[in-house]
Design a protein around this ligand. Sequence first.
Ligand code: NAD
Length: 494
Amino acid sequence: MKQNLIDDIKAQTISPQFHLIDGKAAPASDGGEIDVISPIDGKKITTMAAGTREDANSAVSAARRAFNSGVWSDMAPKDRKKIMLKWAELVEAEALKLAVLGVRDNGTEIGMALKAEPGSSAGTIRYYAESLDKLYGEIAPTAPNRLGLIHKEPVGVVGVIVPWNFPMMIGAWKLAPALAAGNTVVLKPAEVASLSLLRLSALALEAGMPPGVLNVVTGAGSVVGEAIALSMDVDVLVFTGSGGVGRRLLEYSARSNLKRVYLELGGKSPQVVFADTENLALAAKTAASAIFRNSGQVCIAASRLLVEASIHDDFISEVAKHAEALKVGDPLDLNNDIGAVTSAVQLKQNLEFVDGAKTQGCELVTGGHQLHKDTGGFYMEPTIFTHVSQTSDLCQKEVFGPVLAVSTFTSEDEAIHKANDTDFGLSSALWTSNLSRAHRVTRRLKAGVVHVNTYGGAEVSMPLGGVKQSGNGHDKSLHAFDKYLNLKSAWIAL
Ligand code: NAD
């Protein structure tokens, strides 16, 4: 990757952005606009449509018309696949442009953004494109005078509501299987990170996806998101975001058409480090990167570190060394390791958690401050607290920022109890050189994902989903199709 190419793209002006409805760019029905502020310097980079309820409803109608017409759902699988493969190709061809656009909007460090955003979304689109003509129905074992066929059918119109931390990656985890299965979609990106998803969706049209199959409405969650979630014409709603909004979506479903709702919510993911770990140096380095990359704005960020008491002091000073060595600054400067916090609101919330932790008796090891205030952007030091009690906010609540909460244990049972003792259950990790312990603890951790002596595997072939209040259903892997297909049982008299 070359700095001068990044700088050239960064210098380009971004034209005002509109919804994508029925294959056309559309302004808000009342002409409303939202200023798009870059977290790099706090400056306005463009505007986008401030969607209304009417806009959301027109997008749902367009998706319904497209679905009912069969233009996509009845397309021969090989042709649908061809369009999706072309889409992946176009995303890859524009990867750097898409990555820089996304970074200007949400502040992720460019190295990570390039891999995790266009790179990952192109791979995800290709994976589901390749899978769509391998989805077979079934023949059930029934009495000899009956034939029992199990058909798999698209659900219809899918509402997709996503957050701002990795808009393209998380967007593609939902768009690709939903579309591959023959559904039509209305997408609502987060208000602070819509630009890259608008471009990603425009590329689907360029690849040949018929108008109305993929629609995008930008704007406030409480307006556009709520209208999609309350729509009587949306069959399935898939969401990644906070638990608070997830709860509302379940209510909206109950108040409307009982649409199925799949939630990927937050986490307070623990890493448990046993003293018998052979490569403690790797564990310490990984502990730092697992919380501080993308300024901690990662759903599976390992925000809790449970260290066996006998190695606590040496291990934490090693983790702190890695944290202090990370260069935080302009996410489009290749010399920096960590970029910006996505918004002023998120930064303020992170700093409030730091103040709260101090008053609740947690001990600050390093960090805790805003950085580069003079740039107008939103930057924060990698921050570590130790002696964090189980009942403190830092242990129980998701910060979604670069703040690590450390505590200790003296037995395997205590480690497992502490690791499981939150409302969340998204990700987790354990570090040990004892094979039996690795399997034993893996079974006992209440989380959708467990890592052993590593953190953060990225392959789309592995499912990602939470237990407890981290959500239900899975993104990624062939299991994701379950959300987007209905089973139909057909009894045939022979
Ligand atoms: P958020 O819940 O505030 O917003 C997510 C989306 O919901 C946005 O598009 C927002 O506009 C929309 N929304 C807000 N209010 C709404 C309403 N009343 N009705 C319908 N839609 C509404 O979350 P965020 O701040 O964008 O993202 C951070 C959260 O996402 C964190 O909790 C993080 O853990 C979670 N997250 C989870 C995963 C995962 O895979 N489990 C991945 C990434 C992020």
